[in-house]
Design a protein around this ligand. Structure first.
Ligand code: MN
Length: 413
């Protein structure tokens, strides 16, 4: 390669995630992260780099990835191959123009990468469902009878999904801390994180049609880190009988770079066996998950950026229901998925207590507060706390990272 990239960079030549960026000189446009740079895709397209692939190059000049995503898998794979060839060929004719199309990331602002269509949140980690069921209902019957037969989910709100770096005010709402008394109103006292991944749909299905498990991954454009902010006290009072509403719809945070299925190809792992056996429409040829390490850090209000505390370390492979099964189930009734739809995984918790993906589980409903090395104690997220989720996959020298999603909580308005 004719540019050098640190071996610990999330954005190796094997990754090439897509995003939307702007600079002081250029409007929002499509970029690809590579080491400390962003490849300015409209510039590279104007130089003729993608002339061999049949698609409208103006998709790179849009404010969201949606038009590019809609071109489909073959175009995305082609674009990726061209980029790898350009940087791996020391005689590439494009090398001369590198300073035109390589933008330092530090000079750019990253934006929400997709115009989110509909947003669905699944509940696909068995350990998370077990923990929540054990805490709120019954440890002997933690999973409800449907849980191992279908990927449980609810429809969430797309308009309040924001990119990393956007902060929000602690939400207010109705809670009922003492069930013998009437409810009260005020800022949530139990603001929580949910460590999730989100699948972004590139090509959808017509209403009335379904996507099979084996076709499902062809409809995926890529994945981002997703923090499904949750107000546990509001949730507890409102969620029966129709599920989450104001406890969830106030804000969700996503990482700016969309990592493609091609980049995650080396990190496929067999998904754990499902028992009891699922219905045929959920049963595909090859049930696989992706081995992606996921970490959540808390940074208390501080000038010192080194005082990030690891809250948990989990893995995208800790999913009972695969992405393909989620898509097949979502469309089995003829529901139409569209370009830009976001399907979040649900909180991803592993077996070990230090891999639980929410403070609800890590502190077991606030019963076991966490004490950090500086003496500060947390049950839930406090004002001015910053939460950072990072994710990466690594196999030998191949590193594919997601960067981070970072959000600071401001006091209630
Ligand atoms: Mn969630």
């Amino acid at each position: 390669m004719w540019i050098s990239i640190d071996k610990n960079s999330d954005f190796s030549i094997y990754n090439l995630p897509f995003g939307i960026f702007s600079t002081s000189k250029s409007a929002k446009r499509v970029g690809v992260a590579l080491g400390p740079w962003i490849i300015d895709m409209p510039k590279l397209a104007d130089l003729g780099a993608f002339g061999g692939i049949d698609f409208d190059k103006s998709v790179f000049k849009q404010e969201f990835l949606n038009d590019f995503m809609a071109t489909g898998k073959a175009v995305r794979v082609g674009v990726r191959q061209v980029l790898q060839q350009i940087f791996e060929d020391s005689c590439s004719p494009f090398k001369t123009y590198a300073s035109d199309f390589l933008i330092p990331q530090k000079d750019a602002v990253l934006h929400l990468p997709v115009k989110v269509g509909d947003y669905t949140d699944f509940y696909s980690s068995e350990q998370h469902a077990f923990n929540v069921g054990a805490m709120f209902r019954d440890p002997q019957n933690a999973l409800l009878p449907n849980w191992k037969h279908l990927p449980v989910a609810y429809h969430g709100r797309a308009s309040s999904i924001y990119v990393s770096g956007t902060n929000f005010h602690r939400p207010k709402g109705q809670t009922c801390p003492d069930e013998t008394q009437p409810p009260i109103f005020g800022p949530t006292k139990r603001l929580d994180i949910e460590l999730e991944m989100a699948t972004i749909i590139g090509t959808g299905n017509e209403i009335g049609d379904s996507i099979s498990v084996d076709e499902a991954e062809d409809h995926v454009f890529g994945f981002v880190l997703f923090n499904d902010w949750s107000a546990r006290d509001i949730q507890k009072w409102e969620y029966v009988p129709l599920g989450p509403f104001l406890a969830k719809n106030f804000f969700s945070s996503v990482s700016p770079w969309v990592v493609t299925p091609e980049a995650l190809e080396p990190f496929r792992v067999p998904a754990t066996e499902q028992a009891p056996e699922v219905l045929p429409y959920l049963n595909g040829q090859n049930r696989q998950n992706f081995d992606v390490t996921l970490e959540v850090y808390l940074l208390p209000k501080s000038e010192n950026q080194n005082s990030e505390y690891l809250l948990c370390r989990s893995n995208f492979k800790n999913m009972y229901w695969t992405v393909a099964q989620q898509i097949a189930h979502h469309t089995v009734n003829g529901c139409n998925l569209n370009v830009g739809d976001m399907l979040a995984s649900g909180t991803i918790s592993g077996k070990d207590p230090d891999s639980f993906g929410s403070l609800l589980e890590l502190t077991w409903g606030g019963k076991n507060p966490i004490t950090f090395p500086d003496g500060s104690v947390r049950k839930f997220v406090e004002d001015y706390d910053t939460i950072i989720i990072r994710g990466f996959a690594q196999k030998g020298e191949i590193r594919v990272g997601f960067g981070e999603v970072k959000t600071t909580i401001l006091p209630a308005k």
